[in-house]
Design a protein around this ligand. Structure first.
Ligand SMILES: Nc1ncnc2c1ncn2[C@@H]1O[C@H](COP(=O)(O)OP(=O)(O)OP(=O)(O)O)[C@@H](O)[C@H]1O
Ligand SMILES: [Mg+2]
Length: 271
């Protein structure tokens, strides 16, 4: 009897998990091979895509008063939603109506490189190859099937990414990116475990901190912000992912609140 109830409990948990995941994927697909997690590509008018547009608009507003061309998407730990946020944000930025702004998305997570898979791109070369002097930057950059969006893979596996990131070649590569593109988004590894961000920071105008709601402790976020601050690069804001709302949607709507799964607000202003 105990075993049966345990099995039922497990099945129920699995069902709830699947339902939760389905909530965050696009409802329509095409044959592009782009992953359904890229909701801003498939369902640009969906509620989730609207949250990415809000995030984009906040960045554009920030850009009026501050230099903002190179932006890293960071988080303290793994699986907080950095890559999903980076790709959806880059797609949303590339789709600004009437804008000719060119957007480059760089996979700078040498440990868990995932963007090529999400965008269904078969890149042979990438950032590490450029930094090792094995190819030119613009030969490694590939055009995606989304207008105004280009992609740079992390490249071949390297043992010590910091040593190649902390180099004149990297300075040159970023200088060239700045000349060629209007916005450059870097997907990065988690701050707490891996030091790459402190080196990458030299090249950046700002960080966007992704925080998984209900999972990452405030102390851990504070520690990461401390690491980012020590680099003297600005933390532009925070994106709260997987936020749970315990009040029914219709009450939020009546109150005019934002039922945001991708919630952007300055972390500092909130504190
Ligand atoms: N805003 C969100 N709300 C809910 N779930 C999300 C959100 N963004 C991403 N996820 C889910 O979280 C999981 C991890 O996402 P993702 O790969 O983007 O995280 P990551 O921080 O890049 O992880 P890693 O550090 O391993 O590279 C995925 O299953 C993804 O579908
Ligand atoms: Mg990732």
């Amino acid at each position: 009897m105990g075993k049966i109830s345990m099995a039922l409990e497990r099945a129920e948990k699995e069902r709830k998990k699947r339902r939760r995941i389905r909530k965050y994927v696009a409802k329509t697909y095409d044959d592009s091979g782009i992953n359904p997690r890229i909701v801003s590509y498939y369902d640009p008018n969906s509620y989730i895509s609207e949250q990415y547009k809000l995030l984009r608009n906040n960045l554009l507003a920030y850009k009026y008063e501050n230099p903002l061309q190179t932006i890293a998407i960071c988080s303290s730990l793994r699986k907080e939603g950095k890559t999903t946020t980076a790709v959806n944000l880059a797609v949303t930025m590339a789709k600004v109506k009437g804008s000719e702004d060119k957007v480059l998305l760089v996979d700078a997570d040498f440990y868990a490189s995932r963007i090529a898979h999400l965008l269904h791109i078969n890149s042979k070369q990438g950032l590490s190859d450029v930094l090792l002097g094995e190819c030119d930057l613009m030969d490694a950059v590939v055009k995606t099937r989304i207008d105004n969006l280009w992609f740079l893979h992390s490249g071949k596996k390297i043992h010590n990414p910091i040593s190649v990131l902390d180099s004149q070649k990297m300075d040159e590569a970023v200088r060239q990116m700045r000349e060629e593109f209007d916005f450059i988004f870097f997907d990065t590894p988690p701050i707490i475990a891996i030091n790459d961000i402190t080196v990458l920071a030299r090249q950046l105008d700002g960080f966007l901190m992704v925080i998984r709601s209900g999972k990452t402790a405030r102390e851990i976020v504070d520690r990461s912000i401390g690491v980012l601050e020590s680099t003297k690069t600005k933390t532009i804001g925070a994106v709260l992912t997987d936020n749970k709302y315990y009040i029914p949607d219709f009450i939020y709507k009546i109150l005019g609140g934002s039922l945001s799964h991708y919630y952007y607000k300055s972390y500092y202003k909130r504190k």
